[in-house]
Design a protein around this ligand. Structure first.
Ligand SMILES: Cc1cc2nc3c(=O)[nH]c(=O)nc-3n(C[C@H](O)[C@H](O)[C@H](O)COP(=O)(O)OP(=O)(O)OC[C@H]3O[C@@H](n4cnc5c(N)ncnc54)[C@H](O)[C@@H]3O)c2cc1C
Length: 270
């Protein structure tokens, strides 16, 4: 069982600040961490390897991240948790990629990593928050994808049976391998890195791949290669209109009800 886990480094805070002029994220001065939702992907990848791979030659888990050089710390954290190896994809040419270009590059990296049974992504990144990259990777690799996976209840060499969480319950789906899954919190509780894991991660050699290491067209990379652009970004202003109606006796209550009904009708709510 060989599992590839794309992980993203994100700002530590939930209160992501945006530059309203340029429409990009202000990353300066903010601590960066592994996207918290990717920890679940890492955990299930490690469990699958432990469960299915004893002695297998191609066994292993690989974490891959596209980002600035400092994203290497997220990869070391994944190694400390128990991921076997890691690759950083980093170059100025990748900067400003939208989800289309990001998934294009990650798919090229996955092709280069080679043989694999599963690609497991987090449900979404807590900064960009689109949830598009996992399905995007599947599309570039022409693989089946299941999103919102909360449980893997059976896995063989050729198929995997999963529970996909929906708003009103879950669907049980069987998917051919290799496949891409995006997973939700219910999948497994992430373990804490051990001291031994941290020491191993500190020493691990992590290669950095640039466009020259991947089969990619340069016109499809970075801000210039991205078909989508943030044209405007702003915090919506929430304004509430309040109207008080005093109703201290029965007659006033009747009048208040009439006023309420008229108001709702005027707003076309009833
Ligand atoms: C319309 C649009 C325009 C954008 N324009 C810009 C822009 O102009 N400049 C800019 O800087 N950014 C821009 N972004 C943000 C940028 O595209 C995203 O940060 C990036 O593509 C990842 O998308 P996401 O954060 O929504 O990840 P999601 O799709 O929410 O992430 C899902 C999962 O995919 C994996 N994943 C996501 N990103 C990575 C990664 N980099 N490496 C490894 N795994 C990953 C992880 O497993 C993650 O849990 C734009 C986004 C959109 C939607």
């Amino acid at each position: 069982m060989r599992v590839i886990v794309p992980i993203k480094q994100v700002p530590e805070t939930n209160a992501v600040k945006m530059d309203e002029e340029t429409g990009t994220m202000i990353r300066e001065g903010i601590e960066a961490i592994i996207n918290p939702l990717d920890l679940y992907a890492i955990e299930i990848a490690i469990r699958l390897r432990e469960l299915r791979s004893a002695g297998a030659e191609t066994a292993g888990t690989v974490a891959v991240s596209m980002g600035p050089p400092k994203a290497i710390t997220a990869l070391r954290e994944a190694l400390a948790m128990g991921i076997d190896s890691a690759v950083l994809i980093s170059d100025k040419a990748f900067a400003g990629s939208d989800t289309w270009a990001t998934s294009y590059v990650l798919a090229a990296a996955i092709r280069r990593i080679g043989e694999y049974d599963l690609v497991i992504c987090g449900e979404r990144a807590t900064d960009g928050d689109t949830g598009q990259v996992g399905p995007g990777i599947a599309s570039w690799l022409n693989l089946p994808v299941v999103t919102y996976v909360g449980k893997i209840d059976q896995i063989t060499e050729k198929t995997c049976r999963v529970h996909r969480l929906g708003e009103e319950g879950y669907e049980v789906l069987e998917v051919q391998l290799p496949a891409v899954l995006t997973v939700v919190k219910e999948i497994a509780d992430p373990r804490l890195p051990t001291l031994r894991g941290k020491q191993k991660a500190k020493r691990a050699a992590i290669p950095t791949w640039t466009p020259g290491d991947l089969e990619v067209e340069t016109g499809k990379l970075g801000l210039d290669g991205s078909p989508t652009r943030v044209v405007k970004i702003f915090r919506p202003k929430v304004a509430r209109e309040c109207r008080k109606v005093a109703a201290l006796d029965e007659e006033a209550v009747h009048s208040a009800v009439d006023q309420l009904v008229a108001f709702l009708q005027e707003k076309e709510l009833i």
